[in-house]
Design a protein around this ligand. Structure first.
Ligand code: AMP
Ligand code: TRP
Length: 355
């Protein structure tokens, strides 16, 4: 990626997500509660999170303290957290095989983040691509939380001593900072944190229904993971195909058509081969093709919608799952903070008297 500052390590290790990591490796990742998730989030991140549960000890966090760095509606945050938890569980996170928790329930995270700010190089923070994008021209008046965002992210990871972090390409720079902070801390105060490595998501950027930009909720070019069938059909009607194919009798170019690339996520090999052939031969029209894709999407997503409905019918279950995740994360977080306090020389009233 261009335009990124050279942080202390030159390269980010790229590991295949299927890599049999050493047993005992701990995976951690986070996602902001900015509402229900879309199929881009699923294929770009969550599907991979679900796969990793088979191989690693996994902790997944709903990062509400990150979400409050941008304008938001306080009254809507709790339901956004709950909706995200439902989506993640519906998408395959299994409370028996991973820990799902809400970041703000672990006060040791912002506590560690503060300590990490004292060793975080300001220049690195100011050069973060995401910070520059979000701050825009306003870098004087922008809130300091946006600048500290990657330090809080490092605290998320280091508090659990996680060593593998599944993220998309856009987070590699933040991960580099986590590595820098782990290394700086270890050098200054003694070996404490493993240096977390990114597990780059094998999959691709999902392009939105406009056929141009990355699928994202803010662009309105998305299909929600839990959208009802009618919504999916309506949304698919608006999808862009090959812009050069103006009439039904024009041959299409599947290789430039975003609808065709979406087929690869939802349709079987036979369907993909048939659409490829019939589109080039103008035997299938764009509308028909989009409706075929819509039906395959609906079928693919149906089990997730069912799981989500089951969870919604039992609201106590979500609370239980998040509480169990919190308790597990909290235990590790307390251990880490005791160690950190000791190492950096903070006053501990209950310290055993060694004199
Ligand atoms: P966001 O909601 O943009 O913070 O994204 C949450 C996660 O989903 C991150 O790991 C992103 O990399 C991933 N993601 C978001 N949009 C897409 C997309 N259109 N294609 C692939 N991955 C995506
Ligand atoms: N910044 C990440 C994103 O926008 C979310 C995140 C917060 C995260 N804390 C994390 C990701 C810890 C991995 C590990 O996608």
């Amino acid at each position: 990626m261009s335009g990124q500052p050279p942080v202390e390590t030159a390269e980010a290790p790229r590991e295949a997500t299927t890599d049999e990591g050493p047993r005992g490796s701990r995976v951690m990742s986070g996602i902001q509660p900015t509402g229900a998730i879309h199929i881009g989030n699923y294929f770009g991140a969550i599907q991979n999170w679900a796969r990793l549960q088979d191989e690693y000890e996994c902790f997944y966090s709903i990062v509400d303290l990150h979400a409050v760095t941008v304008p938001y509606e306080p009254g809507e945050l709790p339901s956004a957290v709950e909706e995200l938890a439902i989506s993640l569980l519906a998408a395959g996170l299994d409370p028996d095989r991973c820990r799902l928790f809400v970041q703000s329930e672990i006060p040791e995270i912002p506590e560690l983040a503060w300590i990490l700010t004292t060793i975080a190089p300001l220049g690195n923070l100011q050069r973060m691509t995401q910070f520059k994008d979000k701050a825009g021209e306003e870098s004087e008046s922008v809130n300091a939380g946006l600048l500290m965002y990657p330090v809080l992210q490092a605290a998320d990871i280091l508090i659990l001593k996680a060593d593998r972090v599944p993220v998309g390409e856009d987070q590699v720079q933040h991960l580099e900072l986590s590595r820098v902070l782990a290394r700086r801390f270890n050098n200054a105060f003694g070996e404490t944190f493993p240096e977390p490595r990114p597990l780059l998501t094998r999959s691709r950027r999902v392009i939105g229904l406009d056929g141009r930009s990355k699928m994202s909720k803010s662009k309105g070019n998305h299909v929600g993971l839990l959208d009802p069938p009618e919504t999916i059909r309506e949304r698919m009607k608006t999808a862009f195909t090959d812009p050069q194919r103006k009439r039904r009798e024009d041959p299409g170019r599947p290789w430039v058509c975003n609808v065709f690339s979406l087929h690869h996520l939802f349709s079987d090999e036979g369907t993909i081969a048939r659409v490829d052939r019939e589109c080039r031969a103008a035997e299938i029209g764009c509308f028909e093709d989009k409706m075929l894709l819509a039906e395959n999407m609906i079928e693919y997503l149906a089990p997730m919608r069912e799981r989500a409905d089951e969870l919604r019918a039992r609201p106590g279950r979500i609370r239980e799952i998040l509480a169990a995740g919190r308790d597990a994360a909290s235990e590790l977080a307390r251990e880490t903070m005791n160690e950190v306090r000791e190492r950096i020389g903070l006053w501990q009233a209950n310290r055993p008297d060694t004199a």
